[in-house]
Write a protein that binds this ligand. Structure first.
Ligand code: NIG
Ligand code: FE
Length: 411
């Protein structure tokens, strides 16, 4: 199957020598080809070039798509979401407007525990259909690669239920999905912290491991949730089953999560709203991708992560949506890219790399996704006509996605 996309004003995010991630100054490098064409073969990028240098032979091409002067971007790679959840939590949204903080709501037994109660009463089928609706929504906003966490089950049965839903989504969607076991998202009702951590370590992890339901493990390592000591126990147990960490760190306070994560070879440490300068130093020279979630800062009115400082210090940074019912009820990656520019002070090129190639790295899939490079999976979107790349984050509420192609097929 050969598909040709013609009339592309700019082909953005092109790589000739694929890199697994971009760090420091490299993050500003975003190759583009103007007046371009793109050839996809059997679901992968096969060739591309500018019209001036000659079009490919039309012989053997099965389908031609006219980009009509729009741009082509690699799909967004959203490396941190919680899109499998039941219902919504707009009551807490109003509580927050009335002055309660995210932490106060959690302390009063709301927050994650509310979502867990609701998920408990929701059938696996219904959970799947709600999550697929969210996935469909973000796919049409340009996301082609997404990480999804468990963490609203908080008991063995319901955590497995969530992970089975993610597994079914992997099997039915053309989007690339990776799954993360986040049993340690909150302490379940009626249990002590130690009892719950033991349940995660002794029962949940071995069962998730045996059934091979998770690619990664996560812990909400933060003030009022899990300590670095709890986190260490959980990461050590998960390592025995080959689950690499991607952890929640420093959202509410500098929590030691960055250090524990780096020590255990985390693929990413995420949130980082309260990160310190010392923690930036800890990440230097590691394989860990710091991942900032500006939508969470926006929605909770909290400080923004120090992405600018990290890039200036030579680190790579990813941005992700954190789509979840409590702290970020949105998976709009274009808005995340705008926030990365407006609030994190990233240049548009840096923000786009943070939301594509570096996001793919933070899911362990950047050899196959995250840029337009020969041999990579053909996940991309075609925009409506836009005047420049910088227009995308600048026009922060203008919809830009016109057509979406995943694994070489039109969505
Ligand atoms: O990433 N911080 C922990 N977990 C989510 C929020 C989950 C919720 O409130 O439902 C987050 O912000
Ligand atoms: Fe999260």
């Amino acid at each position: 199957m050969k598909l040709l996309v013609k009339n592309i004003r700019s082909l953005v995010g092109v790589e000739y020598m694929s890199k697994l991630r971009l760090q420091g100054r490299q993050m500003a490098e975003l190759n583009t080809i103007d007046n371009a064409w793109l050839l996809v073969e059997d679901g992968r990028f096969a060739q591309f070039g500018s019209v001036e240098d000659g079009m490919p032979l039309l012989e053997g091409i099965d389908e031609i798509v006219d980009a009509e002067g729009g741009m082509v971007f690699p799909s967004w790679c959203d490396s941190h979401t919680h899109i499998v959840f039941a219902g919504s939590r707009e009551r807490e949204f109003v509580d927050k407007i009335n002055g309660l903080s995210y932490e106060e709501i959690a302390r009063r037994g709301g927050g994650i525990l509310n979502s867990a109660d609701l998920l408990h009463q929701t059938s696996e089928e219904e959970l799947y259909s709600q999550a697929m609706r969210r996935l469909d929504e973000v796919i049409h906003k340009g996301t082609g690669c997404i990480e999804i966490k468990s963490g609203y089950g908080l008991n063995l049965e319901d955590e497995l239920k969530m992970l089975r839903v993610i597994k079914r989504m992997k099997e039915t969607s053309r989007a690339k999905i990776v799954s993360t076991f986040l049993g340690a998202h909150a302490v379940a009702r009626g249990m002590s912290q130690d009892e719950y951590v033991s349940l995660v370590v002794d029962e949940m992890i071995p069962e998730v491991g045996r059934q091979q339901l998770a690619d990664f493990v996560d812990v909400f390592c933060d003030r009022g949730f899990f300590t670095s000591k709890d986190t260490t126990r959980i990461l050590e147990a998960a390592a025995k089953w080959g689950m690499r960490p991607k952890i929640h760190a420093d959202e509410l306070a500098s929590s030691g999560g960055v250090e524990v994560g780096a020590k255990h070879g985390a693929l990413s440490v995420d949130h980082l709203e309260s990160m310190t300068e010392e923690e930036i130093e800890i990440l230097r020279g590691t394989d860990t991708m710091p991942t900032v979630l500006p939508g969470t800062s926006f929605f909770l009115n909290m400080p923004y992560g120090k992405a600018r400082k990290m890039i200036d210090a030579g680190l790579g940074v990813a941005v992700a949506s954190d789509y979840n019912p409590g702290s970020t009820p949105s998976g709009d990656m274009k808005f995340v890219v705008s926030l990365a520019c407006i609030k994190l002070r990233l240049q548009p090129n840096e923000a786009i790399n943070a939301a594509t190639l570096n996001g793919a790295y933070a899911m362990g899939v950047s050899a196959e996704y995250g840029s337009i490079a020969k041999g990579k999976v053909a996940n991309f979107f075609i925009t409506h006509p836009v005047p420049s790349v910088d227009f995308i984050p600048y026009a922060y509420t203008t919809p830009i996605v016109k057509k979406v192609v995943l694994a070489g097929e039109m969505e």
